[in-house]
Design a protein around this ligand. Structure first.
Ligand code: PEP
Ligand code: MG
Length: 878
């Protein structure tokens, strides 16, 4: 017996999501709870996975199982697919485990045929409706299943309208649509060389196959990659009886959320259209009406809908996103799922659900997607400016965006990727635009409502979106948009306010966002749960203050090299590098010391007694010097022009030094503690600057400094031993001179494989370890961190050779093993050793889950990742 690939809706429930997909499991659960849903069956994700693994061939038995399920379904419905009497019409829809709104394919009205169309007309008592369904079906089936081009149908429709003098589709009569259907069939058959399948049973099989294939379409792949959804999950296929929202004015279709998905407010939210078919609302083709108006138009169905929304939200204990259809006054639910929401809404809903007693604090924290919190940190328009919007649409996804207008997704993707802020303007976005949406700062559409795909996708990605700005006229050929006498050309600057729906044709000033009460409340629960400390990487007082504001418990990495840049500092640095003996070098270092000291004072002041880890100079010295080629050309030009001999000699001296410092592989060269080994005066100067800053802050503000000094790029115990001696001698000398005492720690980065391998030896000299997983990844994988994404690694990711960028999410099997080993060996040799991580991975939720499993003491990440890390650390514990 072959595996069971089909479940009747009555056989499923919510727990079977991975097998039946979100939609199948959701509808089955509603059926179980007595909510009115159309009957049908689900083809499992397993069938799709096996088909993918078999190179597109269906598993044995699937075809027969579909036929059997259809027979049972026909029996229950008392109807037959495509029959001339009591015909059964079905929808065939995708249903992934993790919802991917609009990314895959759907076929509606399957079962309408030359045999059944008359019966459909008779039952509906509406001939026009029947022919309209039929011609729509042929087009949808032709495009989605047979891969025919949309324009062959659109051209025929336009020609028909011209012939009949019709300005709108709705002006076409039943006779016209009948004629159009015949034409559609003919052009489909011609396009397929006579292979158009007219048997609905065969069409059903091919529709299932098409939905399986749509798992692999480019937009679905882009969406999965952006959301880290595995390519291996496959989609289920739901075959359900059609219910018609387009049967006249007592029929409708709509989408609703049990709470506001933008703000989280506990109020009904949704849209509907009377006399329309489901896809019209979500695809944004007609701009729908707010749900509340349905109370007037279809009061009974509205009442039932509100009850169902309440029932399902209480059942799932979470905000639901639902689709419904009303057919001749009778309500049917087509889908329910946990609604996608903005970060602000996620926090408010979680906090409210705790207050309402539906979930506990742990569950509230579990439901927050840490990565999504980035949105809260998005800027808003500075309210202190007066500007008149050129138009206003629907506030579909909050936040503000400023960028150059672009009118197609490819340009948005290209220019956005190149680092230019762009605003994507579309008549309506389709899922094919997703690559452009991802690279744009914000999205503006002329059509579509708050629940259109554009809005749902934009909210998911935290992109500000103004949808349904119906006044704008877009000319995609000319790449212009016109509204109220204003014409916006490609490249002109626009500002969008996704929170109000306003659009401005100027660059408005943005202000940083504020974390609201909901955030503070829920993050407080996260802080109670987590074990991992969360610190920040910050190199100046401003960043340090920001980090504290966002909840950092210390500075886990202060990169001192950034302090040497700037016009006032670089000359002193050059002098230090060009010096020919220790005396000259000391003179230069003496100039740098007070500059460093003032930087450290700013950081210590901002951190008010929290730990600050200052790392000694890391990059190779030539990074502070002009580039070799540029300097050589400069000298050559001066020689040719017969420049002033003193100046020429100076530039030649610089060139000689640049040549001397030049390394083929500077990342593997004289950097990190190796510099401190060659030039001990540098760590000596830095240690003195640190100590003097700490003393000054103590003196001025009475605030003690929790000081940790960190040595970079160590691979030998001897290196740390020597650097420690230099640092301790300098700091203690400064303390002695001031007659003060201060506890401080000296530790090291672990960022080379050998350091992790001999961590027990290195730990003898260290008070703490901080894993520098950027360099550790670079040196373990042998992949340059600076070139990776542009080179083969991007290709590896695109091809699925690697699932995640190892510089963004830790390579658990390789680099992770070194982190685990280094931690265990280090702690075994030195039980007091504290261990953290300060590479980019310290702010990545999946990596944080791994660091929790290793038992690190803290992670350190850039200030804006701190809120994300606080949640990720809590979730890693749960
Ligand atoms: C690291 O290598 O992970 C690290 C934090 O140091 P940097 O990025 O400064 O090399
Ligand atoms: Mg490093």
């Amino acid at each position: 017996m072959s595996e069971k690939y089909i479940y009747d809706l009555s056989e499923g429930d919510a727990s079977m999501k991975s097998l039946l997909g979100g939609k199948g499991a959701g509808v089955a659960e509603m059926m179980r709870l007595g909510v009115p849903v159309p009957d049908g069956f689900t083809v499992t994700t397993q069938a799709c996975i096996e088909t993918m693994n078999n190179g597109g061939t269906w598993p044995a038995g699937l075809r027969d199982q579909i036929s059997d399920a259809l027979a049972r379904f026909e029996e229950r419905a008392g109807r037959k697919l495509g029959a001339s009497e009591k015909p059964l019409l079905v929808s065939v829809r995708s249903g992934a485990v993790v919802s991917m709104p609009g990314m895959m394919d759907t076929i509606l009205n399957l079962g309408i045929s030359d045999e059944s169309v008359a019966a459909v007309a008779a039952e509906a008592n509406n001939e026009r409706f029947a022919w309209d369904c039929y011609r729509r079906f042929i087009q949808m089936y032709g495009e989605v299943v047979e891969g025919l081009d949309a324009h062959i149908y659109e051209d025929a429709l336009t020609a028909m309208k011209q012939r009949k003098g019709a300005s709108q589709d709705t002006d076409l009569t039943a006779e016209d649509l009948k004629e159009l259907t015949t034409e559609f069939k003919q052009i489909s058959d011609d396009a397929l060389g006579g292979a158009w399948p007219s048997d609905p049973r065969e069409q059903l099989m091919r529709a299932v196959e098409a939905v399986f294939n749509s798992w692999q379409n480019p937009r679905a792949k882009v969406y999965r990659k952006a959301n880290h959804i595995s390519d291996d999950l496959g989609t289920a296929v739901n075959v359900m009886q059609m219910v018609f929202g387009n049967r006249g004015e007592t029929s409708a279709t709509g989408v609703c959320f049990t709470r506001n998905p933008s703000t989280g407010e506990n109020a009904l939210y949704g849209e509907f259209l009377t006399n329309a078919q489901g896809e019209d609302v979500v695809a944004g083709i007609r701009t729908p009406r707010p749900l509340i108006e349905m109370k007037e138009v279809l009061p009974q169905a509205y009442g039932e809908l509100v009850d169902t929304m309440h029932k399902m939200e209480t059942h799932y204990r979470d905000m639901q996103d639902m689709e419904f259809t009303v057919e001749n006054g009778k309500l049917y639910m087509l889908q329910t799922r946990n609604g996608k929401r903005t970060a602000a809404a996620a926090l408010k809903v979680a906090s409210d659900l705790v207050d309402e007693g539906l979930i506990d604090k742990e569950e509230a924290v579990r439901r927050i997607e840490p990565d999504q919190l980035d949105q809260l940190l998005h800027p808003a328009i500075d309210p202190g400016q007066s500007a008149t919007p050129i138009t206003k649409g629907l506030p579909a996804s909050p936040g503000a965006a400023v960028g150059a207008a672009v009118f197609d997704a490819d340009t948005a993707a290209e220019r956005g990727e190149a680092g230019e802020p762009v605003v994507l303007i579309r008549f309506e976005t389709t899922p094919d635009d997703i690559h452009g949406v991802l690279q744009a700062q914000g999205v503006l559409t002329a059509h579509g409502g708050m629940t259109s795909h554009a809005a749902v996708v934009a909210r998911g990605f935290g992109k500000p979106c103004v949808a349904g700005a119906t006044d704008i006229k877009i000319d995609t050929e000319a790449k212009t948009m016109t509204v109220g006498g204003v014409t916006v050309h490609e490249g002109d600057t626009l500002t969008l306010n996704g929170s109000t729906g306003e659009v401005f044709n100027t660059a408005l000033k943005l202000i940083p966002p504020r974390l609201n009460e909901d955030f503070l409340k829920v993050v407080g629960w996260a802080d109670e749960i987590r074990d991992l400390g969360v610190e920040a990487n910050a190199d100046n007082g401003t960043d340090a203050a920001k980090a504290r504001e966002l909840g950092a418990e210390g500075i886990g990495l202060c990169r001192t090299e950034h302090m040497f840049f700037g016009d006032d500092r670089l000359p002193a640095m050059h002098e230090m590098i060009l010096s020919e003996n220790d005396e000259q070098r000391q003179v230069a270092l003496d100039k740098i010391l007070p500059m460093q000291q003032s930087d450290f004072e700013a950081i210590f002041t901002a951190m008010k007694g929290l730990p600050v880890t200052v790392r000694l100079l890391d990059p190779p010295l030539h990074e502070f010097m002009p580039d070799l080629v540029t300097q050589a050309l400069k000298v050559q030009e001066m020689e040719l022009k017969g420049a002033d001999p003193t100046k020429l000699a100076e530039e030649r001296r610089t060139l000689a030094q640049v040549k001397k410092l030049h390394e083929q592989n500077p990342m593997l060269g004289t950097r990190g503690c190796r510099l401190g080994m060659l030039y001990p005066q540098i760590p000596d100067m830095q240690a003195r600057a640190i100590a003097r800053a700490a003393l000054a802050v103590l003196d001025r503000e009475g605030e003690t400094v929790d000081l940790q000094i960190m040595v970079p790029l160590v691979h030998l115990r001897q290196e740390l031993q020597r650097q420690r001696e230099i640092v301790v001698a300098a700091v203690d000398d400064e303390l002695d001179k001031a007659g003060q005492k201060l506890d401080y720690l000296v530790g090291t980065m672990i960022e080379l494989p050998r350091a992790a391998l001999v961590a027990d030896q290195i730990a003898q000299e260290a008070d703490f370890f901080s894993f520098g997983t950027n360099d550790l990844t670079q040196t373990t994988l042998g992949i340059s961190r600076d070139d990776a994404e542009n080179g083969f690694l991007g290709w590896y990711e695109a091809q699925g050779v690697v699932k995640r960028d190892p510089f963004a999410t830790i390579d658990v099997d390789g680099v992770g093993q070194l982190v685990r080993m280094g931690t265990e060996k280090g702690r075994a040799a030195n039980p007091k050793l504290s261990v953290g991580v300060c590479g980019e991975h310290g702010g990545d939720p999946d990596s944080i889950a791994f660091f929790q499993s290793v038992g690190l003491d803290y992670v350190s990440c850039s200030p804006f990742r701190v809120p994300i890390a606080r949640f990720a650390a809590a979730k890693a514990k749960l």
